[in-house]
Ligand binder design. Sequence first.
Ligand code: AMP
Length: 282
Amino acid sequence: MKIIKTVKEFEDYRSSKIVSTKSIGFVPTMGALHKGHLSLIEKSVINNDITIVSIFVNPRQFNDQNDYNNYPINIDEDIKLLESVKCDVLFSPLNDDIYKSYSGFKMDFKGLDNLYEGEFRPGHFQGVVDIVYLLFSIVKPNNSYFGEKDFQQLAIIKLMVKQSGLKINIVPCPIVRELSGLAMSSRNKRLNVEEQGQASNIYKVLRIYKDKIKVSDNPQDIIIKITEEINKEEIFEVEYVVFCDAETLESIEKFKANTNIMLCLAVWCKKVRLIDNISLQF
Ligand code: AMP
């Protein structure tokens, strides 16, 4: 695997004759890789001539300095994992280098940046758009792979691509979970084994309600029940639970037949913020 650390070196590589005619798959990450990331990379390896993965812990998308300072970094292990799935190139730029000549992309979030994750993480989605737009402009991929775990991020990236006119196909990838059901996340590394076991209850509650909810139920009542159920465990503090339309992300006030709905939540597990979601169809 080729490891490229500067934008200049990457641009030279990208414009070289043997690369410029190939199909490029791209997976942006913040490292501390796990099987969730690897599932995106494996999909890219199957469907593209060259797969490029970036590792960059993007300070602009952290609204909480403590979260940024404690974000797990494990580059040696990441390199081994990337090699094991036949990634072709790792691009791991430094902050000053990548943001050096960035003029930004002003997108119309259509309010999506203020909902759910955005409400509790002000500025987060602008930071995500900053780095993803910049990486897209440098990497120039044909296909780029994003996890449905970050459901709102995926919707915003699709909107950004549409508005910017970039010719990049955004490929959504399903959530990869631990055997216990806990959604894999780099932040899980900050939980001990016992806490990880307790955290798997979050998905168990989502599963129970996915099977239980009827179209005649009141979404607000279910939100209260889910919140109470999760908060029963002392280490949890639910930040939000929401039912939203899977396409528009609009919050659902009343269930209707024949609609695709996402049940999304964020939960603090001690000092670690976890997100998860599950789809429902009536
Ligand atoms: P991150 O390193 O957290 O920025 O994540 C990089 C990409 O991996 C994003 O598109 C995430 O949505 C995706 N991802 C993270 N965790 C998972 C997971 N458990 N299953 C599938 N995709 C994931």
